[in-house]
Design a protein around this ligand. Structure first.
Ligand code: ATP
Length: 255
């Protein structure tokens, strides 16, 4: 059973380059509710603050909000890339993520080796790995580039391989950032059909996007973030209509 539950989930990023006594630090801490000093007197950005939500099986959720609102940070936290500094996040279900094209990819290994590594990591047997290899090779259409270390790929090639790998295995929870739209038009046509199958088979979908059309097309619920806090959570049409009526959200006050 897939489920994501956040209970006062908080994520902070330390800003290491600021010295303990810097003037900049004192000024920033006074002027901003997001740049703060933590208990160890380090300067931190409060990327997500006290988030409470539940996402249950069958839900299709769009994370929306302006630049720096926390959408990508939340996706990465659900994917297990960042550890909460406060609160709790419970994720039940196998995750497939289309967040960073390069994530989980070894740049020194070829495309083909990366496919095999992913299969091994997932505990697949040799027959399943061979099937995965055939499927990803056909879908990504990388030809001889499949034999080249992925470090040498263009951005578009990296996206093709990452997309083909992530969508070859049906995850229960599918996390997507809108980078996948960066594919060229031909690839996107192919990608959409595959994405539909994947989304229909996934128990939970979470997309971070600025694009209302994408949110309306793929999602039923929207969570609006602003300055690291949830300021709206409900049916996608209602949340987006409110955003259209009032695009500039007010900075949430510090507690
Ligand atoms: N690795 C990091 N180190 C330091 N600060 C970070 C890091 N990642 C994100 N942040 C900060 O956390 C906040 C939230 O960023 P995030 O990328 O999650 O926003 P977003 O809503 O995805 O924005 P965008 O729409 O611009 O992609 C920002 O203030 C950002 O500067």
């Amino acid at each position: 059973m897939a489920r994501i539950v956040a209970d006062r989930l908080t994520i902070e990023f330390p800003l290491y380059h600021m010295g303990a006594r810097s003037l900049k630090k004192r000024l920033l801490s006074k002027a901003s509710v997001r740049v703060q000093t933590d208990d160890s007197n380090r300067v931190v950005v409060a990327a997500l603050r006290d988030l409470d939500f539940r996402i249950e099986r069958g839900e299709r959720v769009a994370l929306v909000g302006s630049n720096g609102a926390g959408k990508t940070t939340l996706l990465r936290t659900i994917a297990g890339i960042y550890e909460p500094v406060g609160g709790e996040l419970t994720v039940e279900g196998e995750i497939g993520s289309l967040i960073d094209p390069g994530a989980g990819m070894d740049g020194d290994s070829t495309g083909r080796e990366n496919i095999r590594l992913r299969g091994l990591y997932r505990g697949m047997d040799e027959a399943a790995i061979a099937a995965l290899e055939t499927d990803v090779a056909a879908f990504s259409d990388l030809g001889e580039f499949l034999e080249v270390p992925t470090r040498g790929y263009s951005a578009g090639m990296g996206i093709r391989l990452a997309f083909a790998m992530a969508t070859a295995m049906a995850p229960q929870i599918l996390l997507m950032d809108e980078w996948f739209l960066a594919g060229d038009a031909n690839f996107m046509q192919k990608a959409e059909a595959r994405l539909h199958t994947l989304v229909n088979n996934a128990d939970i979908l979470v997309i971070a996007t600025h694009d209302f059309e994408i949110a309306r097309r793929w999602c039923t619920r929207a969570i609006r973030l602003n300055a690291g806090r949830i300021i709206a959570d409900g049916p996608v049409d209602e949340v987006l209509a409110a955003m259209e009526a009032s695009p500039a959200a007010v900075e949430a006050p510090a507690e």
